[in-house]
Design a protein around this ligand. Structure first.
Ligand code: FAD
Length: 366
């Protein structure tokens, strides 16, 4: 069987790794001249945001999906900040991962275990590959190809601005800021690579370039006391999220972000992208239905989180204060340790609330 994978990111490499484990080789086409996101950053895998929080997310990745990946840090302290409150949640909060060109990144870890050739500096035409290969796996991390085939329904776009900063950090501690002056109805975050470097940034849904810059400047001015020096700065505008109506079209299968496997509440998609790549490989190699079942389950989860996002889009600092206060009164710790998924619960609860009519109030820095 001839299989082409377009994109050597998380979903594409996870798919290649599983195909190889099941005895198939593939060819991978990658747009960049190397593996890894544009720049090194820290991302999170929070237990409360995984689709099955009864299991440790990295144990699942290694044991059930057979992926040879390790996190950067185990997070045991989550500090939530609102304008006037601060709450600490201790325990099994989740992990941080490194993304980008450096050797500890998830992509580099996977690439070291893949034997299939990766053709760099390639931006192939998927329709041409369809004629040449038995299967084409689209893992480009973007909606370009589902849009091309008329399968994409856009819901929201996130805007991200940040930097890697040098300072003195606790590698097991994450800080999230829910404060409309820093990120509107999104959030700001400080996530360490290690004791000396962290990613600091703001993520804002459906905003403008000017507004994003104003949020970032405010956050930097007021929280910059936590770092001594700013290294690489980054900006990402209009990171689109949406639904892919059909993930298998003729001999093409869409995985990772290109398959809509990223959640719109807070931009998390690493574990779902990895899983979608592995399940796609099993579909091609074994003809089983794990990919279809995972996709169906994902669609429900996504719909709940999108509904929750539309409600959060109408939050003011009052709701943010309440949320952080509730987390501080132990609700956060209980839910993190519980076999129930915080967001499944919240999403389901939100299903019974009316959806906010004006989802994007611009409450920006003054
Ligand atoms: C700023 C930011 C912060 C994030 N934070 C988190 C977080 O904290 N936690 C979390 O779980 N998720 C987070 N995410 C989401 C997470 O990074 C993605 O869900 C995940 O990387 C998607 O994996 P993927 O394989 O679909 O795409 P990617 O990992 O992006 O890989 C896509 C690959 O395809 C290549 N490519 C693109 N176009 C082409 C083409 N035409 N031809 C060939 N190759 C191509 C790219 O160069 C890249 O190598 C964040 C995303 C961003 C942008």
């Amino acid at each position: 069987m001839r299989i082409a994978i377009v994109g050597a990111g998380l979903a594409g490499l996870a798919c290649a790794h599983e195909l190889e484990r099941l005895g198939h080789r593939c060819e991978i086409f990658e747009k960049r001249d190397r593996v890894g996101k544009m720049f090194n950053t820290v991302e999170t895998m929070l237990e409360a945001l995984t689709t099955d929080p009864t299991k440790d997310v990295f144990e699942t990745l290694r044991q059930e999906l057979h992926l040879p990946v390790n996190p950067a840090n185990h997070i045991t302290r989550l500090v939530l900040h609102s304008r006037s409150r601060e709450s600490l949640i201790r325990g099994r909060v989740g992990y941080t991962t490194i993304r980008g060109p450096e050797e500890r990144s998830l992509e580099q870890q996977l690439a070291r275990h893949c034997r299939s050739p990766i053709h760099f500096d390639q931006n192939p035409d998927v329709e041409a590959l369809m004629a040449e290969y038995d299967w084409v796996v689209v893992a480009t991390g973007s909606p370009k190809w589902p849009k091309h085939f008329g399968l994409w329904e856009r819901d929201i776009a996130w805007y991200v601005r940040g930097a890697n900063v040098i300072g003195d950090f606790n590698p097991g501690e994450l800080h999230f800021y829910f404060d409309t002056r820093y990120a509107g109805t999104g959030y700001a975050m400080i996530a360490p690579f290690d004791g000396r470097m962290a990613s600091a940034g703001v993520g804002v849904p459906d905003t403008t370039e000017e507004q994003l810059e104003a949020y970032w400047n405010r956050f930097r001015q007021e929280q910059g006391r936590f770092w001594e020096q700013v290294e690489d700065e980054y900006k990402l505008e209009c990171y689109e999220m949406g639904r892919v109506r059909q993930r298998v079209l003729d001999n093409v299968i869409f995985v990772g972000n290109a398959g809509g496997f990223i959640e719109p509440l807070g931009i998390t998609g690493q574990s779902s992208s990895l899983a979608s790549g592995v399940y796609a490989a099993r579909k091609l190699a074994l003809g089983d239905d794990q990919f279809d079942r995972f996709a169906a389950r994902w669609d429900h989860y996504y719909a709940d989180l999108m509904r929750l996002r539309l409600n959060v889009n109408a939050w003011t600092d009052r709701e943010m204060e309440r949320f952080v206060g509730m987390a501080g009164r132990g609700v956060g710790s209980v839910l993190i340790r519980s076999p129930l998924n915080l967001l499944d619960l919240a999403g389901t609860a939100m299903a019974y609330l009316p959806v906010a009519q004006d989802p994007s109030p611009e409450v920006g820095p003054s």
